[in-house]
Ligand binder design. Structure first.
Ligand SMILES: C[S@@+](CC[C@H](N)C(=O)[O-])C[C@H]1O[C@@H](n2cnc3c(N)ncnc32)[C@H](O)[C@@H]1O
Length: 214
């Protein structure tokens, strides 16, 4: 999420399908179209296989994965975001390698899983981070990997927007839903600096959970 949205003070109190759809419809593009740095860092050296991305939004990460050779299923609540994702995939020449759907993620996992890589970047679902991790864990094939990235409670999204603080999480807190005898878990904070208006540096702090299924 190289973002335009929360960083500019737009309140975000409702994480329902209707609310996300309305947010996407308000703007021509909500996100930058570039893949998220923590995804690129974690995945660029892996051998491509099948991947599920939940909360794929306008598809920048799913399209980037497809350009790296992955076969991708992208799930999101917003039909408008997914239509943009489809256009992005076609423009990038990878439409044959990505499927986008607004179906319920649990139904998609039951029907089409498992995948070698399961990714969620800043999804912050209304059900919470622990629900997200335990739901996505069921979608990971043996030997596969789970990557869940969100705003850390010390990130400006959470400290400057109390409405977002509820959905922020520390990776170790959501990781404890994983059975450590079945998973090798790494929970960390990923820091990045961007230049804001007027050239001021801003420090962002992401919660990064990487888990490998034995
Ligand atoms: C902050 S945006 C991030 C979009 C994208 N991952 C990115 O980094 O640019 C969160 C996205 O998660 C989606 N989302 C939230 N809850 C979801 C759920 N339960 N199932 C599928 N998508 C969900 C929203 O529709 C929205 O597009």
């Amino acid at each position: 999420m190289t973002h335009t949205d929360h960083a500019h003070g737009d309140p975000m109190t409702d994480f329902s399908r209707e609310s996300w759809e309305a947010k996407y419809r308000e703007r021509e593009a909500l996100w930058s179209g570039q893949p998220n740095a923590p995804l690129v860092d974690e995945v660029e050296n892996l051998a491509p296989a099948s991947a599920l991305e939940v909360g794929c939004g306008e598809g920048a990460d799913a399209v980037w994965l497809a350009t790296q050779g992955w076969t991708v299923t992208g799930v999101d609540l917003s039909a408008t975001a997914l239509a943009r994702a489809q256009v992005h995939a076609e423009a990038s020449g990878v439409a044959a390698h990505v499927v986008f759907t607004d179906e319920d993620v649990e139904a998609v996992i039951r029907r089409d899983g498992p995948w070698e890589l399961v990714v969620s970047m800043y999804t912050h679902p209304s059900q919470g981070g622990r629900w997200l991790v335990s739901t996505l864990a069921d979608a990971v094939a043996p030997g596969g990997r789970l990557l869940v990235v969100g705003h850390h409670p010390t990130d400006p999204h959470a400290t400057e927007h109390p409405d977002l603080a509820r959905s922020a999480f520390a990776a170790e807190d959501v990781a404890d839903v994983l059975d450590r005898s079945a998973w090798e878990v790494s929970a960390s904070i990923h820091e990045r600096v961007t230049l804001g208006d007027g050239g001021h540096e801003r420090l962002w702090r992401d919660a990064v959970l990487v888990a490998r299924r034995h």
